[in-house]
Write a protein that binds this ligand. Structure first.
Ligand SMILES: CC(C)(COP(=O)(O)OP(=O)(O)OC[C@H]1O[C@@H](n2cnc3c(N)ncnc32)[C@H](O)[C@@H]1OP(=O)(O)O)[C@@H](O)C(=O)NCCC(=O)NCCS
Length: 183
């Protein structure tokens, strides 16, 4: 397993993974635009045997990071890849010195909510009928400040867990990989 910055050439594989679950309307073109034109976007892919098996991304917005989307190929779920990707996104956010992370998640999305809760996200609000396909509500979830001791300790424990699942995969992706030219 390798983690690296998403490249424009990954867009079709990433969109195929995104399409395996309730559609948020993320096309290959949308992912490509994110990594070519959005300076505040940071997207990662997990690659196994040359194939993209998971992705995750965030936007750096002043002192916050907003997780925009993440997903693991159906065939690869339940192996810790989601935890690995989310940890890597936290690592990027920490190095960018943002204060906290936010995201939106479907109320019915138990796997994602469990994953986010594991990282210390908690519910801070709700957007009624946010998802056009089902009319479902979105929960807004946020973390405590990334420099708080509980967050630090939680991330340390998660890091130990990931080291056991994927020996040698950390430290994660270097910021230079996201710079224009590396893609
Ligand atoms: C959410 C998602 C990314 C998790 O990826 P994954 O690689 O299968 O998850 P992991 O194996 O890393 O599991 C990490 C934690 O997530 C939670 N989790 C994962 N799958 C779960 C499931 N089916 N039911 C309940 N909790 C689950 C657990 O807390 C798990 O920790 P544990 O192994 O200690 O129990 C994956 O289910 C997915 O791609 N879903 C569709 C896309 C999506 O919903 N994205 C989020 C949009 S907001």
């Amino acid at each position: 397993m390798v983690l690296r910055a998403m490249r424009p050439a990954d867009a079709a594989s990433v969109a195929a993974i995104a399409a395996e679950t309730p559609a948020e309307g993320w096309t290959a073109r949308a992912f490509e635009r994110e990594v070519t034109t959005n300076a505040g976007a940071r997207y990662l892919v997990a690659v196994e045997h040359g194939a993209v098996v998971g992705f995750g991304g965030l936007w750096l917005i002043v002192d916050q990071a907003h997780i925009t989307n993440m997903g693991v190929a159906l065939s690869h779920r339940g192996r810790g890849i989601g935890r690995l990707l989310l940890y890597a996104l936290f690592d990027i956010a920490t190095r960018a010195k943002v204060d906290s992370l936010t995201l939106e998640v479907r109320v019915s999305n138990d796997p994602a909510r469990a994953l986010y809760t594991q990282f210390g996200f908690y519910e801070t609000g709700r957007r009624t009928a946010y998802y056009r396909d089902t009319g479902e509500d979105a929960l807004i979830m946020t973390t405590e400040s990334l420099i708080s001791l509980p967050v630090f300790q939680r991330l340390q424990a998660l890091r130990d867990h990931i080291q056991r699942d994927f020996p040698g995969i950390l430290p994660v992706v270097a910021e230079a990989e996201f710079e224009t030219g590396a893609n």
